[in-house]
Design a protein around this ligand. Structure first.
Ligand code: FE2
Length: 226
């Protein structure tokens, strides 16, 4: 006992542990969201006004769409199940489609899809007019490759679009991230669009439109490419 005490006293002090230099981080399996803005395009103000008017006019006339929205408890109007010909129905949608085609091609390029020389094609496009307190719960867009939304009317308080980490169901015992954590470490990401914004994502990525707190309607045009 005495010897042990003596040895401890005379043993040289251990140098303090040097601070760990963090290792290298490699981001893998990255989820990418594409955003572009039409506002700088010549004639944007006229374009968005005409698109807004056309969306409202169709929402007023399309009884099948109104009934479907009501049956599905969608607070507002969507042409999702009633109209499949918007670009043929009104030239403003054909113009929008042409602009979107370019952005979807650019995103597919960024994602480095091997499309064997072929191009992704729009296979559906629909109007959403979301009323005050309306919402659209979490969902994916099956049978599509790239999905997206173009924003027409975003009044004050209008919902953002909220994306969910696709690995969420696998996280089991993973601790929650700090509220101050980096954007790419958060399990949910809200993106606030403006009129003229387009957001694109891979169709398997779950997303939702949280409750719309604006007094005025929030208008958007959604679409799928396959
Ligand atoms: Fe969606």
């Amino acid at each position: 006992m005495l010897l042990a005490c003596l040895l401890r006293r005379i043993a040289p002090k251990q140098p303090p542990m040097s601070k760990t230099t963090p290792g290298q981080i490699t981001p893998l399996f990255v989820t990418e969201i594409y955003r572009a803005d039409m506002t700088a395009r010549a004639g944007f103000e006229d374009f968005i006004e005409e698109l807004d008017d056309t969306c409202r006019a169709i929402a007023d006339e399309d009884e099948a769409g109104q009934n479907w929205s009501q049956q599905k408890a969608y607070l507002g109007y969507t042409s999702y199940a009633s109209l499949n010909d918007l670009p043929e129905r009104a030239p403003i949608f054909a113009d929008l489609k042409a602009w979107l085609d370019g952005h979807v091609a650019a995103f597919a390029e960024t994602l480095e899809y091997d499309l064997h020389g072929r191009k992704l094609k729009m296979d559906s496009m629909w109007i959403n007019v979301l009323e005050h307190l309306g919402t659209h719960s979490g969902h994916i867009h099956p049978h599509s490759v790239i999905s997206g939304t173009f924003y027409v009317a975003i009044p004050d308080g209008a919902s953002s679009l909220r994306f969910e980490d696709p690995r969420l169901a696998m996280m089991m015992n993973a601790p929650l991230r700090k509220p101050s954590a980096r954007q790419d470490h958060q399990a949910f990401q809200s993106v606030a669009p403006q009129p003229g914004t387009v957001l694109l994502w891979e169709s398997w990525l779950r997303h939702e439109v949280p409750i719309n707190l604006s007094e005025d309607v929030r208008i958007s045009v959604s679409f799928n490419y396959a």
